[in-house]
Write a protein of this length. Structure first.
Length: 404
């Protein structure tokens, strides 16, 4: 496709125009929390009369935006069993970040996308959901970093909603020059560039390919693409280059490294074998003390973490009871049993999901939210149980180091 310089930009955000014969593609850059972007979308659809409207939404985000009761349908227990709490947490934080920006202007995040969808559907135009499913984007990003790097990224995500700095009008308009997600991750060190590539560069290629497909299916027509302004340069470059992109490659979720799991179990088996071999040569009293250290270390650690999080008493009991045995159950975790119990006893309300951004500027306010908001509290329960469990394991290692 060939770029065409617009005679005059009549919109508040950036615009790119590309032509391929008689087919015209117009890319309108928006900020997801800007009232001016909503007006831009209304004006573009009315004046350009496009045959097809492409929006920076995937099917899950589209369904979520149009379904105010989506949290009532979320099966948290299933999410826990499938070990997708990390994905849920990341998705909630990203949503809360945009909601925090939008609250400064009283704008629902992504309202310009909702407007584009509603206008396209009400006028009978073809609607294309052009973005990659958010779960795939999050999983691909998560698999590209190591264990300790995950904690650095999570800390960055959490601070984005817990820091309540007022967002100025100028900063909101700046989002028309860069993607909100790029803004969120821009303070990460250069070694996390692969994360930015997943969220930005890969999605530029994905969006461009979906727009290209829409143009091929409507030759001679006008295609309007409504995207976050930060994606516009990358999409335009991909369309100009007509770079072939295989969508399935960008939709592929990298599998977890099987060698990591195998190595972990190999080390664990060797360690257990070594401990048993050494303990058989010790007195019966030492053997009993080692068994007690194993049970008490793991049970007390997990149980204490649950107590500090103010988990339900039954959750505390479950965490303490299962802690010594989960290592013998491949794929299981202490936090899984404990969190399922907590959800069963204290299921989060819809407003707990929707009010994650209502956190005070003070540290005490943030701390209070971890115990009052049932969604944040569930993650807090999981975190403290894991920390207590880790402390218990350190105690066990110390004990064996003294007696082996």
């Amino acid at each position: 496709m060939k770029s065409v310089q617009p005679k005059k930009n009549q919109y508040s955000g950036p615009v790119a125009i590309l032509e391929d014969g008689k087919t015209k593609v117009i890319i309108l850059g928006t900020a997801h929390v800007s009232p001016e972007s909503i007006a831009d979308v209304e004006k573009a659809i009315k004046e350009l009369d496009p045959h097809t409207v492409c929006v920076e939404l995937c099917r899950p985000r589209y369904d979520a935006m149009l379904d105010p009761d989506r949290w009532r349908k979320l099966n948290l227990i299933r999410v826990i069993r499938e070990k997708k709490m990390g994905l849920l947490f990341s998705s909630l934080i990203l949503s809360a970040y945009q909601k925090k920006l939008g609250s400064e202007k009283g704008i629902r995040p992504g309202q310009e996308m909702i407007t584009a969808v509603q206008l396209a559907e009400s006028s009978g135009r073809k609607l294309v959901l052009a973005d990659r499913p958010v779960s795939i984007t999050l999983t691909r990003a998560w698999r590209k970093v190591g264990f300790f790097s995950k904690y650095a990224i999570v800390s960055q995500l959490i601070s984005s909603i817990f820091v309540r700095e007022k967002v100025t009008s100028e900063e909101l308009e700046q989002l028309k020059a860069e993607d909100a997600l790029a803004d969120l991750f821009k303070t990460l060190p250069p070694r996390y560039s692969s994360i930015k590539d997943v969220f930005i560069s890969e999605r530029d290629l994905y969006l461009a390919e979906k727009i290209k497909h829409a143009a091929k299916e409507a030759p001679g027509e006008t295609i309007l693409a409504v995207v976050g302004a930060g994606h516009l340069p990358g999409i335009r470059a991909a369309l100009e280059a007509m770079q072939p992109v295989v969508l399935k490659d960008l939709e592929e979720v990298p599998p977890a490294n099987p060698w990591t799991t195998a190595f972990t179990w190999l080390v664990f088996s060797a360690l257990v074998g070594f401990v048993i071999w050494r303990m058989t040569g010790q007195s019966e009293q030492v053997f009993k003390e080692a068994l007690a250290a194993w049970i008490l270390g793991r049970s007390l650690g997990a149980g204490l973490g649950a107590i500090l999080s103010l988990a339900h008493p039954l959750t505390v009991l479950v965490a303490a009871l299962v802690a010594p045995f989960t290592i013998f159950l491949p794929g299981s975790r202490v936090w899984m049993f404990a969190s399922i119990t907590e959800v069963w006893l204290r299921k989060p309300h819809v407003e707990d999901f929707e009010d994650m951004t209502l956190v005070s500027e003070s540290a005490s306010g943030i701390f209070k939210a971890l115990y009052k908001n049932r969604v944040l509290h569930l993650f807090w329960v999981i975190f403290l149980i894991q920390m207590g469990f880790l402390a218990g394991n350190i105690y066990i290692v110390t004990f064996f180091a003294k007696h082996l």
